[in-house]
Design a protein around this ligand. Structure first.
Ligand code: SF4
Length: 401
């Protein structure tokens, strides 16, 4: 794996190769007769397809791994650009958009990692060059970079680190003054959003790409496995399709590479544990989080699931989830599935007090606290969670920005 250790100011060809999503990056192409079909079929594009597949699969394993794809080191700017286009089109044609969201997280992290390796004037220059082409509106400021207030609020909203709260910023004349490292983090968010947007492709292209890349889609699905029950849990497999609306929405949020609140992350891990998910499945649920850190997530999941001698925490009941804005019984208008967009009648029944109760009524199996060895039995109204340890999926704030 080749990992770039230092970075220098870029000429425009190198800038586009590093940031292939920028308008104008198509100028890297030497052959203007290029088409989507030729990119997927023509032998001369073998290197671009190979690198594109590597980018996709690395992102599926770990969003940070894209930075370490060995083929990047030797690829020409044109091949790097085409590999990006290949990955973007392929993932837009995938049966699930989860891969696209995860890849968007990975590519945005790759860009911000490059910006973080720079320093001083070089760093500011490159941040401003990328920002200008993305029309984010950053400009040179007295202490680093000035970000229009509206843009700051939009980009910082999903970033949970306390240092990004507006009350801690230096706001002057409608602009937020930030140091370059913080500006790089904001740009990361802008890039992630842009790349996570699905592409409008016609049915013929989608069918063609799915046929051509069926093997890649199979590998992708294997790397993002469906929820699995841990061994020893009676009652069989996890029934993700029977999860309550709140839990389904939490999972979608993370799969889309968006942030989930501390309370949501805790509730999701505790719910999956009591539904019988194995630890890998619980960790996998957080892989799309913009701040995903594998080792910290494992530690936090273990903390939640092994609490109280292995019984694990109980997820919060409906009332608590409602008070945190996590109840989704009214339907989620942003959901792709029609069933997720409408109110769920079961959630409005008087007897319904807890997400695990919902799951059980829908036919799912709930593992009783501390009773796993003896199998599972009915849960009527589980106790409130005793507390919320550190939320899974989140890297610790290093205070570096
Ligand atoms: S009513 Fe309860 S189970 Fe249903 S979505 Fe709200 S919190 Fe979840």
């Amino acid at each position: 794996m080749a990992v770039r250790r230092s970075a220098a100011p870029l000429d425009s060809a190198s800038l586009y190769a590093e940031y292939p999503f920028l308008p104008g990056a198509e100028s890297l192409l030497r052959d203007p007769s290029w088409t989507v079909r030729s990119l997927f079929e023509d032998r001369r594009y073998d290197p671009a397809r190979g690198l594109g597949r590597a980018r996709i699969l690395a992102a599926a394993d770990d969003p940070r791994a894209v930075n370490e794809v060995a083929e990047f080191a030797d690829a020409s700017p044109e091949v790097r650009y085409l590999s990006f286009v290949f990955a973007r089109v392929t993932l837009a044609c995938a049966p699930s958009l989860a891969g696209l969201r995860r890849w968007a997280v990975a590519e945005s992290k790759r860009s911000s990692a490059r910006l973080e390796r720079l320093s001083g004037a070089e760093q500011e220059e490159e941040i401003l060059a990328v920002s200008a082409k993305m029309q984010v509106g950053m400009s040179p400021g007295p202490g680093g970079v000035a970000v229009p207030l509206v843009e700051y609020l939009r980009l910082a909203a999903p970033i949970r680190e306390a240092d990004f709260r507006l009350v801690r910023q230096d706001v002057r004349r409608g602009e937020v003054e930030v140091r370059s490292a913080r500006a790089a983090r904001l740009l990361e968010e802008a890039i992630r959003r842009r790349l996570a947007e699905p592409l409008p492709l016609n049915e013929d292209v989608v069918r063609f790409v799915r046929e051509r890349e069926s093997e890649l889609f199979a590998q992708l699905a294997a790397r993002m496995p469906l929820p699995t029950a841990r061994t020893g849990v009676s009652g069989g497999a996890l029934r993700a399709d029977r999860f309550p609306p709140c839990i389904r929405k939490m999972r979608r949020t993370l799969q889309q590479g968006e942030n989930l609140s501390h309370a949501g992350r805790f509730a999701l891990a505790a719910f999956l544990h009591r539904a019988g998910a194995d630890p890998e499945t619980i960790v996998d649920a957080y892989r799309g989080a913009p701040d995903f850190d594998e080792s910290i997530t494992r530690y936090q999941v273990e903390h939640i699931t092994q609490h109280d001698g292995g019984a694990g925490y109980t997820p919060p009941e409906c009332e608590t989830l409602r008070s945190h804005g996590l109840c989704a019984r009214e339907g989620d208008p942003t959901a792709a599935e029609p069933a997720d967009r409408v109110p769920d009648p079961l959630c409005f029944e008087e007897r319904l007090h807890h997400p695990l109760q919902y799951y059980q009524i829908r036919g799912g199996t709930v593992v009783e606290r501390g009773e796993e060895a003896r199998g599972s039995r009915e849960v009527n109204r589980p106790a409130e969670a005793p507390g919320t340890p550190g939320p899974p999926g989140r890297s610790r704030s290093t205070g570096r920005r």
